[in-house]
Write a protein that binds this ligand. Structure first.
Ligand code: ZN
Length: 389
């Protein structure tokens, strides 16, 4: 495990969507292909964009049955905060430190080793295992979008591997939207207050009310599983110069949705704020532009998978994992939305998207064994009962 994880971290796979000029996933995908092929899986690379392939590794069972997809992402965020050490993993006690070691190369390694171990043991399976290592999760998830667009009908169950710790299993999590709120003013000379409408002052009214909504509604009422509904501002831009009434200002926000909600619920709340502002500022004009809309992950049909996974955590760790939710978004939502019952699970780590990112080596090993056992529970062929002679 240490050798595999070390090799994965050393190969730069920064997502070029996030960091222009990032190395991309091509080289790490070719390494994964070689490793999985020599482990005995049937591997293909599928270009999602030129030079950015998903890795699909099949372990086909000896009898027909459902296909379980073990999926993780091969890209990482950038490492500008620690350029000298990010790609040179070190082992420190139980931990390995390096960029992407937890998010998500620990998940990739656990899936790869679990599948390799099933081959090595010659475990008879009534069904198939697909190890899918997708690109661009740290970007806009075009890797998993491609996976579900081309293979959803071949997959019956999925385990999305992302770090948190094998003591937790996530059956749901929040969705989110990236939204531009645009407020329009009326440009005018600074000395023409009767003509000018100050877009930035009007935006201040909107921001104040958004903040109040967060303080009074979302902050005091966290979802018991998925936490406080995500809300924060991200960017703001507007105005032309000191001497002119600003004609337009654009605020970029990130905002969450709980399972059962949609982004349209959040948009309606923002439009209600527009009405409030218009009541005190009659010349107010605003517009909501949804830039990205990601549904929450609302687990359905995954009871057998949750039970098998929870049993396996108990067998391997000695304590049963807690089934809960998360106040973040993952590709699990795309799999579930494509009709594939999915759970989210993965090894313990820390300092995600920051310097000194680490993963627990024992927990990556435990995760691989938990995955192997879960597959055996779900599609393993029981030993034939030996008849007395
Ligand atoms: Zn991740």
């Amino acid at each position: 495990m240490i050798e595999l994880l070390d090799s994965l971290v050393r190969i730069d796979s920064v997502t070029p969507w996030l960091i222009p000029g990032g190395a991309g996933e091509g080289e790490v995908a070719r390494f994964m292909q070689r490793w999985l092929t020599s482990a005995g899986l049937d591997v293909t690379l599928e270009d999602v964009e030129p030079g950015r392939p998903n890795v699909l590794a099949w372990l086909r069972g000896t009898a027909p049955g459902p296909t379980i997809c073990l999926t993780a992402h091969s890209d990482t965020v950038g490492y500008a905060a620690w350029p000298d050490r990010a790609l040179t993993p070190v082992v420190d006690g139980d931990r390995m430190i390096g960029v992407g070691v937890a998010d998500d190369k620990g998940g990739c390694a656990a899936a790869m080793l679990a599948a390799a171990e099933l081959v090595r043991c010659g475990t008879p399976l009534a069904g198939n295992v697909l190890v899918a290592l997708a690109i661009d999760e740290e970007g806009v998830s075009i890797g998993t979008e491609h996976l579900v667009a081309h293979h959803a009908d071949e997959i019956d169950l999925a385990i999305e591997l992302e770090p948190e710790g094998s003591h937790l299993i996530f059956g749901e999590h929040q969705g989110f939207g990236w939204i531009d709120i645009v407020v329009f003013g009326e440009p005018a000379h600074g000395s023409a207050p009767d003509k000018g409408v100050d877009a930035i002052v009007h935006m201040a009214e909107v921001i104040t009310r958004l903040h109040r909504l967060d303080e009074t509604r979302w902050k005091p009422n966290p979802d018991p599983r998925n936490g406080r509904t995500v809300f924060h501002t991200g960017t703001i831009a507007g105005g032309t110069d000191y001497a002119t009434y600003p004609a337009e200002v654009v605020l970029g926000i990130e905002i969450g949705t709980q399972p059962g909600e949609t982004l349209a619920d959040r948009v309606a709340e923002i439009e209600a704020i527009f009405d409030e502002v218009k009541a005190v500022e009659p010349r107010f004009r605003g517009e909501v532009r949804v830039r990205l809309d990601r549904d929450p992950f609302t687990g359905a049909g995954n009871d057998a998978l949750l039970a098998a996974l929870a049993d396996a955590t108990e067998a391997v760790n000695g304590t049963r994992a807690q089934i809960t939710g998360l106040n973040a978004w993952t590709d699990a939502a795309l799999l579930q939305s494509a009709g594939i019952p999915t759970v989210l699970f993965g090894p313990e780590g820390g300092n995600y998207h920051a310097a000194e990112e680490w993963v627990s080596i024992p927990d990556v090993i435990a995760t691989a064994e938990i995955l192997r056992r879960t597959v055996v529970t779900l599609i393993g062929v029981p030993e034939p009962a030996t008849s007395p002679s």
